[in-house]
Write a protein that binds this ligand. Structure first.
Ligand SMILES: [Cu+2]
Length: 179
């Protein structure tokens, strides 16, 4: 093959590669638009140095609270090396929204057997929606290495039967107040 032929062959292969890349990008764009794929969390920022005085994540507002529509919002702080609170009370069959943030480093959490699995990044609020179909306790460990005490960082999700879900007048319920 002379020089000219070689150049033509290379350009032909270049066109094939460019077409393959264009096809892959098109498949990603079309499938993400058609299936409404997006990152698993919302993008909501918060000052990680002032969580204790924030209206939502101050200590007295953490834990489970029933909304007027019957859904349950659980607010949690993931910190080295614990989730606060250490036990979350929720009810079977209710829509549950977990809102979690961190004042220090990146953490994560997963509840086995559910769709709950996300990272917790300082400065952001991670929000996950789920429904628990059975009563019982689930472990919710931190799954993002966050320091020497990482292996101790675990919370319990206490799923109570609908009849045992009896929040107080403010709609709040803790593991201690459930059976
Ligand atoms: Cu952690």
């Amino acid at each position: 093959m002379d020089e000219h032929e070689l150049l033509k062959t290379e350009l032909r292969w270049g066109a094939v590669v460019a077409a393959a890349v264009a096809l892959i990008v098109a498949v990603i764009i079309v499938s993400s638009v058609m299936l409404s794929l997006h990152p698993p969390s919302n993008v909501e920022i918060i000052d990680p140095t002032a969580l204790n005085v924030s209206p939502e994540f101050n200590e007295s507002n953490l834990g489970s609270r029933e909304s007027p529509d019957g859904s349950i919002i659980v607010r949690i702080i993931a910190t080295q090396f614990a989730f606060v609170p250490r036990c979350l009370a929720v009810a079977v069959g209710r829509p549950v929204t977990l809102r979690v943030t961190s004042p220090d480093v990146i953490h994560g959490f997963i509840i086995a057997g559910t769709n709950v699995n996300t990272m917790v990044v300082p400065g952001y609020v991670s929000e996950v929606h789920t429904v628990f179909s059975h009563a019982g306790d689930h472990l919710m460990p931190c799954h993002e290495y966050c320091g020497l005490g990482h292996s101790e960082m675990v919370s319990t999700v206490h799923v109570v039967p609908a009849t045992d879900w009896q929040p107080d007048a403010e709609g709040r319920m803790s593991c201690a107040s459930s059976k």
